[in-house]
Write a protein that binds this ligand. Structure first.
Ligand code: ZN
Length: 147
């Protein structure tokens, strides 16, 4: 089995059986993302404890790439700090947009998304969940004040 087959199998598997699919109740933060080019719609939920992504879930509908990418993202970022998640997004973005950059080992299964860069119109499908996660993390609730 060559690498391309392996990557395709990872995408197909995560599309068919998305991990961490569902919602999280507030105070988990959430944001909705929409990729009009393809019709992908996602809501990403993130529960933060201190600065760590304690739990991340998503729901929505979209093409196989958008669903698999969101599933892979949740697995990759749970347990990470927001800064680590942001750094991972930068690596994924580079993987998706630089034509022949090798996948860094730190990406793990996310390397499966490297096949997407052969289809530039699909890059937005694969990056939608990451932009949505970033928006969810930015949507910090108004801090509770006892004063
Ligand atoms: Zn799509």
């Amino acid at each position: 089995m060559d690498l391309k087959d392996l990557y395709r199998d990872v995408i197909l598997d995560h599309n068919k059986r998305p991990r961490n699919f569902g919602r999280l109740a507030p105070p988990a933060q959430s944001a909705r993302g929409h990729n009009p080019l393809c019709g992908d719609q996602l809501t990403v939920y993130a529960a933060l404890r201190n600065d760590v992504l304690d739990d991340v879930r998503f729901e929505g509908t979209g093409c196989a790439i958008s669903v698999a990418s969101a599933s892979l993202m949740t697995e990759a970022v749970i347990g990470k700090t927001t800064a680590e998640a942001e750094a991972l997004f930068a690596s994924v973005h580079e993987l998706l947009t630089k034509s022949d950059a090798p996948a860094p080992a730190a990406l793990g299964k996310l390397a499966a998304l490297s096949g997407v860069r052969e289809f530039p119109v699909r890059v937005k499908c694969a990056s939608l969940c990451w932009h949505t996660l970033r928006a969810a993390l930015a949507a910090a609730p108004t801090p509770v004040s006892t004063e």
